[in-house]
Write a protein that binds this ligand. Sequence first.
Ligand code: KG4
Ligand code: ZN
Length: 334
Amino acid sequence: MLILGIETSCDETSAAVLKDGRTLLSNVVSSQVPIHAKYGGVVPELAGRAHIERVHEVVQQALEQAGTRIEQMDLIAVTAGPGLVCSLLVGVNAAKGIAYALRKPLVGVNHLEGHLLAIFLEAEVAFPFLALIVSGGHTDLCRADGFGEYRFLGRTRDDAAGECFDKVAKMMGLGYPGGPAIEDLARSGNSGAHRFPRSWLEAGSLDFSFSGLKTSVRNLLLKRETGGGTRLSDADIAASFQDAAVDVLAGKAMAACEREGLRRVVVTGGVAANGRLREKIREEAGKRGIECLVPRPVHCTDNAGMIACAGYHRFLKNPADELMTVDASASLPL
Ligand code: KG4
Ligand code: ZN
């Protein structure tokens, strides 16, 4: 079974060809970073326009790299939400056009389910497991008991972890996207140079809060700028901030596993590309005898391969053609 996946929920135009739900034949990602970098974040209107210009070329590239023709596709899977509506609309309409012309079934995929199942591109994972989904728009702890059987245990009450990395990077003049820039700079810094607050919230809560950490970095930067006594380097601040964020993410994931009696954790989403988070969560899981699975960084950040994978499993469970019902939804619930 060949599945064509299309992902345009934010600022990456991506298409992939997946065979039998597991073997990726291609996974093309066209990044819009150069378009948005000068604004310090994604400009929805520009993102939508860039998707329109690129989507067909990206689909074509994915088909060519896979050595396939469009007529050979058995299923079209597209991200229906959540995301930026003007970005989502482009992928959804492109996918509808392709499915209609080919007379092949179409499934709308939840972007979060895509992240959650990205690990299945690399390994067969047994249920149940805990998923920590950490991206630019989401920070969620979710219990997965089977394909399509998910229950939220906690989520961020304010900024998403990736958003916090991006905003801190912007304050430090590191450019967009901030996550990789902070990680790069942190390599030459001392993570023990400054202790930023860790927001654990009330006892037993599995929710997150990152806005206080962001404010704390801002206050420190202001103090340094006005000669308030701190001589910390940018690298020290980046490393100390990264550790504070990572501590809370890993700590809450472990607490969730313990509370739910889960012996397996999957870490996914753009922030899961962060080397320090990958290392820390492996270390903490290892101490507790919990199996830790993290997709390769290219499968953590937005890509159509994960959408094709989630579409495959959705269609296996319920083989319904959604051509007439699927629509772009900015806040599509999982
Ligand atoms: O999953 P993703 O590609 O898009 C969304 O669904 O949001 O995640 C993008 C987010 C951005 O906030 C970006 O700064 C963050 O993931 N990110 C990272 C790293 N690579 C990407 N954050 C920390 N360290 C990284 N290496
Ligand atoms: Zn994402």
